[in-house]
Design a protein around this ligand. Structure first.
Ligand code: 5GP
Ligand code: ZN
Length: 119
């Protein structure tokens, strides 16, 4: 746990969240500023700063995390119509919270990832 990490504090229960799912290693909760009708974040409870910090020793944990993303999306009723998952990494990825998290965006059709060809 990192004492100055907001998602660690949420995982520890020190900061409240609108919880969607929890198990021993994973927590899912609603994003504070939803970009779509359903906008949920799935995090490892353990402090992992970003996707680039995963290594081969984390394969089981990372696999469980990803499988739980699909599970959470199903329980939110998003699976049939579909949804977008996003992982922002560091500065150029637009990561604002330095604790690995997977966005689940659903409830409406989201636009194309790249709006202008060639970019
Ligand atoms: P990033 O840009 O790092 O990929 O996404 C961080 C996300 O965390 C943003 O969508 C932001 O709205 C959300 N967020 C930031 N602080 C909090 C918080 O304290 N509680 C919740 N539920 N979401 C937060
Ligand atoms: Zn953290």
């Amino acid at each position: 746990m990192s004492a100055d990490c907001i998602f660690c504090l949420i995982a520890a229960g020190s900061i409240p969240c609108d919880k969607v799912y929890e198990d021993d290693t994973v927590l899912a909760f609603q994003d504070l500023h939803p970009q779509t009708p359903t906008h949920t974040l799935v995090i490892p409870k353990r402090h992992i700063p970003c996707l680039d910090d995963l290594n081969e020793n984390d394969r089981n944990e990372a696999g469980h995390l990803l499988e739980r993303v699909a599970h959470v999306a199903r329980t939110l009723g998003l699976a049939e119509k579909g949804y977008r998952t996003v992982i922002n990494t560091r500065e150029h990825g637009g990561q604002e919270v330095d604790h690995l998290h997977i966005h689940i965006l659903g409830g409406r059709r989201v636009g194309p990832m790249v709006s202008r060809p060639g970019i």
